[in-house]
Design a protein around this ligand. Structure first.
Ligand code: UDP
Length: 378
């Protein structure tokens, strides 16, 4: 008998948490669990889910307000109705904003819920949300670093399980090298040039400013190296302004013609093929899907020692790790790889093997085992 899972995520853009959830939902479909997505409005994320034939519902998730408490109560009631009308067996909260709605509605509808923590931003660990995490049957963390943050915030350790995010490793592996050559031609990078890239939604914590500064230092030392900056500003006006600052910094250097800002790309497997060295200079990455995507594609990785990255990258074995926010350390590591093609190849080869630890098949198996345990305990 198949069991029905309601996934709740109020974000509608395609961030790492949503891309990871899409992979899970698509692959559950073929098994004993049937996914249904509840989100706040239309957008790229629910659009992709619909394309994959996953049923999608939307409803408002208003903030609690003492002046209009009924709006909050009404949204919980709506959530209860969806759980009951769709005969949901288990609710899976995938974002911090939905957590308390899920807690109240699941209790009223008498179904269990699990919470999936994919970040360690403070909003996950406000007191009311820690209560909701402790009431969840299980808390899934996407890295040990995030699991540790949950426990530090007061979540009972026995509730927390680490399950790493899934990456479609095969797709990244299978893309031919010509896809990278075409992409280079499209953005104006010569075919034989060494390319260092960063692939991330543009915002300060992803380390874009450190990347640009390190790249300018590097451009001084290594002639004919190009820099690819892939991604659009994350939501918020301050991130748009941040992109302008990055571009101004590049224009003020002597090397503007060697920097390429592509904006958001939906063909990341091809993008990765155009990159020789992938920098992941985040201040603290909860997981960092792009690291595994880069590894699967054969890029040499330079990441930071913070957050979940050291759980993916072993320094000197399948990548290099540097202290976060250090321009000099980042520049030195990139230089090491730029001038040592043997090291680059050795790390890239080991990285391809590491990427195999993060397949969708393994992820789905772990999540299904967790659902099985929760449903039989309930
Ligand atoms: N990504 C994308 N297009 C872009 C930039 C990023 O599709 O232009 C994808 C990237 O391939 C990855 C995800 O966005 O799968 C980002 O996930 P990650 O865990 O690296 O960071 P997050 O955005 O969750 O902080």
């Amino acid at each position: 008998m198949s069991r029905r899972i309601l996934f709740v995520d109020t974000f509608t853009c395609l961030g790492g948490a949503e891309i990871s959830l899409l992979a899970l939902m698509k692959h559950l479909k073929a098994g004993r669990y049937v996914p249904h997505l509840l989100t706040s409005t239309d957008g790229p994320f629910p659009g992709q889910a619909r394309k994959a034939d996953i049923p999608v519902s939307t409803q408002e998730f208003p903030w609690f307000s003492r002046r209009r408490p009924w709006r909050y109560a009404l949204s919980i009631y709506q959530l209860v109705r969806i759980i009951q009308d769709s005969r949901i067996d288990l609710v899976h909260a995938n974002c911090d904003h939905s957590l308390r709605y899920v807690m109240h509605a699941s209790r009223l509808a008498r179904v269990p819920y699990v919470a999936h923590v994919r970040d360690f931003v403070r909003t996950w660990f406000q007191p009311g949300k820690v209560v909701a995490l402790n009431q969840a049957m299980r808390v899934i963390a996407n890295s040990n670093a995030v699991a540790h943050a949950c426990v530090q915030a007061g979540v009972a350790p026995s509730r927390v399980t680490t399950i790493y995010n899934p990456v479609d490793v095969e797709t990244f592996r299978a893309v031919p090298a010509t896809a990278g050559t075409q992409l280079r031609a499209e953005v104006g990078i010569p075919a034989e040039t060494l390319v260092v890239g960063i692939v991330a939604h543009i915002q300060p914590i992803k380390g874009h400013m450190e990347f640009i500064q390190a790249a300018i230092q590097l451009a001084d030392r290594v002639s004919d190296m190009h820099f690819l900056i892939v991604g659009a500003p994350a939501t918020g006006e301050s991130n748009e302004l941040f992109l302008e600052r990055l571009q101004a910094r590049v224009l003020a250097s002597e090397y503007a013609d060697r920097f390429h800002f592509t904006g958001f790309r939906s063909d990341i497997p091809a993008v990765m093929k155009a990159i020789d060295i992938l920098a992941v200079p985040s201040w603290a990455e909860p997981f960092g899907r792009v690291t595994v995507e880069g590894m699967a594609s054969g890029c040499a990785i330079v990441g930071t020692e913070a957050g979940g990255l050291p759980e993916i990258v072993t320094d000197g074995v399948d990548g290099l790790l540097v202290p976060s926010r250090s321009v000099d350390a980042l520049s030195a590591a990139l230089y090491r790889l730029a001038v040592d093609s043997e090291l680059r190849q050795r790390l890239a080869q080991a990285g391809r093997r590491t990427a195999q630890w993060f397949t969708i098949t393994d992820h789905v198996e772990h999540i299904q085992a967790l659902y099985d345990a929760v449903l039989s305990a309930h």
